[in-house]
Design a protein around this ligand. Sequence first.
Ligand code: FPP
Length: 234
Amino acid sequence: MEETQKVPRHVSIIMDGNGRWAKARGKERLYGHFEGVESVRACVEASVEAGVKYLSLYAFSEENWERPDDEVSGLMELMMKAMKEELANFLASGIRFLVLGNRARLSDSLNAAIDSIQEQTASGDRLTLILFVSYSGKWDMLQAARKLAASFAGNPEDIDFKDVDAALVTSDIPDPDLLIRTSGEQRLSNYLLWQCAYTEFLFSDTLWPDFRKPQFFAALKEYAGRDRRYGKVK
Ligand code: FPP
């Protein structure tokens, strides 16, 4: 297979290490998140350049609500500001923007901004950029189970894998081909538990604010060399 044919369709990233990056510079944790937004911009640009069709980012987990109040409110403000600032760029670059997660926990003003940006970018067809906010994999599976239980009148044995796929918040999104986690941590941290069944994992020691285009392209190169067998023999 040619190198160009092995660009992952969906790259997902657990952006980790902002706090440590800031601490190493004697700064507040929020400074790291602020700089992390620059890495998001770089990876969005790199995805468009490489022909990646879906880029998803774990921006805020359900567990992150337990962080100190000022960090939580700072992150929410940062997301609101960054997505508003990027709107013109999304429209110019053909980027469809989506937020997936437990949106009931977000403020009315953030939800209104998300709805507006999602609507305005709905026809973007070069890249779908997904922010997972107030998301966890177990929450997603729980809400899917509740949805199926409420809507399924027949024999539970008739529930199939595709029904679970359709009940998850990612129903319209293909499963990730490549999952990158930065900062040297090697765990899934309650992210896309069902959807990562056959995803290739790549763990990078780079802290998220330092993860820019060269690191992203290096990850795509490593992916191109992986042999995906999906449990079968080739
Ligand atoms: C993990 O680092 C990072 C986060 C929990 C937040 C990431 C969010 C952003 C970069 C903002 C994205 C916003 C937009 C609109 C794209 P950490 O705090 O867990 O770092 P540590 O492990 O070093 O403490």
